[in-house]
Design a protein around this ligand. Sequence first.
Ligand SMILES: *Cc1c(COP(=O)(O)O)cnc(C)c1O
Length: 434
Amino acid sequence: MTRDATARKNGEQERISGPDDRRSGLPCTGDRIAELSAAHGTPLWVYDAGRIRSHIESLRRFDVIRYMQKACSNIHILRLMRSEGVHVTVVSAGELDRALTAGYRVDGPDRPIVLTADLLDRPTLRTVVELGVPVNAGSPHMLSQIGRLAPGHPVWIRINPGFGHGPGRRTSAGGAQSKHGIWHEQLAENLALIDRYDLDLIGLHMHVGSSADHGHLAKVCDAMVKLVLAHQRPIHAISAGGGLPVPYQPGDPVADVDHCFRLWDTARREIAAAIGRPVRLEIEPGRYLVASSGALITEVRAHKPVGGNHFVLVDAGFNDLVRPAMYGSTHRVSAFGPDGLPRTGFARETVLAGALCESGDVFTQDPAHEVRPVSLPATDIGDLVVFHDAGAYGASMSSTYNSRPLAPEVLIDRGVPRLIRRRQTIEDLLALEM
Ligand SMILES: *Cc1c(COP(=O)(O)O)cnc(C)c1O
């Protein structure tokens, strides 16, 4: 099937099961974009709370929606998740602090917080043991280190089923080249560690990377059922991990939540029947919940011809949005005048690049890092270029490279914008070195 045909097919199913992700949609109108950038400066992150909520709603059939915080970890986004009854996965002591600051409790039905990792650094080990945070273990040493300090501690096991999925090694999270999870053939040894330290096994978890491919998903579910049947442990839960796709480009597949639920629900029923107890079904999305809710607003500061290429330079860099430079990801872009009117003039092939002193600082490049021009209406200095679908792995992956302060974040809820992170100052940056 062609890409378009797949998209059409998924699109039809998707209309039934979730928000319409095929319409690009910015978090707000051009007027609002102009107003917010005048008030807070650029670059600026903007999120739409309503869009996050509609994505949460589309997943309600799962027993537990556990938000993968690394996708966008602002504590106000976490508060929104918590107020919607969404649980959270953290991957570090810092993210654990964020969850606690947002009001998440360690105790409670279905354990609101889980920490997932492949190793525990010493401070994190101390903290999870002290607070009793359930740990999803990706290596045997996590089990033995926790076991020695805290027999009885609640744990999950994250399994690498021996295969992965994703556009490349950097985004696939399974198979022999992946650092994630406990190799499926090593499960017996790891269960023996659980017995030895009397750890409390909550469940098994598999996350093998983003996938819109149903054949692949069926394979993952199958691997989960086979492992549970082979080892017959009285687990309470299974987790499907994350990886629900987001259509960054027209024609990209959209998530088929119905199909995903049906496959995992069938696996859950088989497992529950085999071990003779109810089994909770968890899903752990990051990108799906927040990507399309967010945008990065930038200002055009320069343009120039370079050989045959037309370069437009904006005041953000890969320190703000790293996905294009790191993965060759493409974000749709829109251009507005400083007054918020959409630019509709003659479109030309444009290379969009950033402000960093670094040749890789190009927003329109392919996975092999070659420039890939996009069609953009002619822009003037002072126009606003907005990157769509930047809510996931955007602000949370930002750095301060080139001593560029972190950009502010605004959350629009029921039409009301609220600054949820101020712009970092140079003084904030230098304070660590004084
Ligand atoms: C990153 C990650 C997720 C979330 O992946 P998305 O593609 O953002 O949904 C879920 N689970 C684990 C273990 C992860 O590492």
